[in-house]
Design a protein around this ligand. Structure first.
Ligand code: SF4
Length: 279
């Protein structure tokens, strides 16, 4: 029986980002009105970890907004990682904190972080169309930095932001060159304040995107993240047939997810198991 991995997200800081990524509701440039907060307390982070651990998630990702992993953020995330592991929540722990140098990434690893999530988002050629405040190369370098200190990689992106099929193929070639453990797939969710005016992707096109990712990344865990509910509604069987083997449960950064129990029931109704170990 195919088993699906459940991953969860803890949005430890939100909004207030000075970058201009055109698809992101956390950018200050777009006035999206999302809640802005700097840092959740470590106690609240551990409470969320407990909730998702008991719900059966194997992955727990600590996500900060903003361009990069500063020394302050490194300390803050390191403390959160230690507290989560000391409390006995033996997650595959992921940090997603933007551009980062080797020294900061090494510190995260030393404190119990297992993987670093940094997305290339799209092809190198298309990236300057959707972001002018930092480069695709900076993103690629961070992924290389994370791998060089022994962190496992989660590298994915967002589809449906105006890129062509050629961009998608180039993007997945680049992701493949990093050989990530996991690649997350997000479908763009329209927001009236964002400059990208595309509608939500049609499900047939979205399924083709998943199949394309699977072709380029035969050995990588493919995780369906933002847009799962918005694109596929309650009928999600096809995404697993197309190659998805992990899902984010319990909501995304600034978009609601489905009920966790409902997701689990859905998986079992498709004859899919829930993975009980990460490797
Ligand atoms: S750097 Fe990250 S948080 Fe900031 S706008 Fe871009 S995607 Fe959003």
């Amino acid at each position: 029986m195919k088993e699906v991995f459940l991953c969860s997200i803890c949005n430890v800081s939100n909004g207030g980002c000075k970058e201009d990524c055109a698809y992101c509701t956390q950018s200050l440039k777009h006035n999206t009105g999302v809640e802005i907060y700097k840092e959740k307390s470590h106690e609240d982070i551990v409470k969320e970890a407990k909730f998702f651990y008991e719900a059966g998630a194997l992955g727990f990702c600590l996500v900060t907004s903003g361009r990069s992993l500063t020394s302050r953020k490194t300390e803050y995330i390191s403390k959160a990682a230690r507290m989560i592991k000391d409390a006995g929540y033996n997650f595959h722990l992921i940090a997603c904190c933007g551009s980062a140098d080797k020294k900061s990434l090494q510190e995260l690893k030393n404190n119990g972080v297992d993987s670093y999530n940094h997305n290339l988002e799209t092809s190198k050629e298309f990236f300057p169309t959707i972001c002018r405040t930092h480069t695709w190369e900076e993103r690629y370098q961070t992924c290389e930095n994370a791998a060089s200190v022994g962190l496992m990689l989660c590298v994915g992106g967002i589809l449906g932001i105006g890129e062509t099929w050629e961009d998608r193929a180039e993007f997945y070639k680049s992701v493949n060159s990093l050989q990530p453990f996991t690649s997350n797939i997000n479908f763009y969710i329209p927001h009236k304040a964002l400059p990208i005016k595309n509608d939500i992707m049609q499900r047939t096109e979205a399924i083709e995107c998943i199949k394309l990712a699977r072709r380029y990344l035969p050995n990588t865990r493919l995780m369906m993240a933002g847009g799962r509910e918005a694109v596929f509604g309650d009928d999600q069987r096809e995404i697993f047939e197309a190659g998805i083997d992990a899902v984010v449960i319990g909501g995304y950064l600034n978009a609601k997810g489905g009920e966790i129990e409902r997701d689990k029931n859905m998986l079992s109704s498709y004859g899919l198991g829930i993975a009980s170990a990460c490797h």
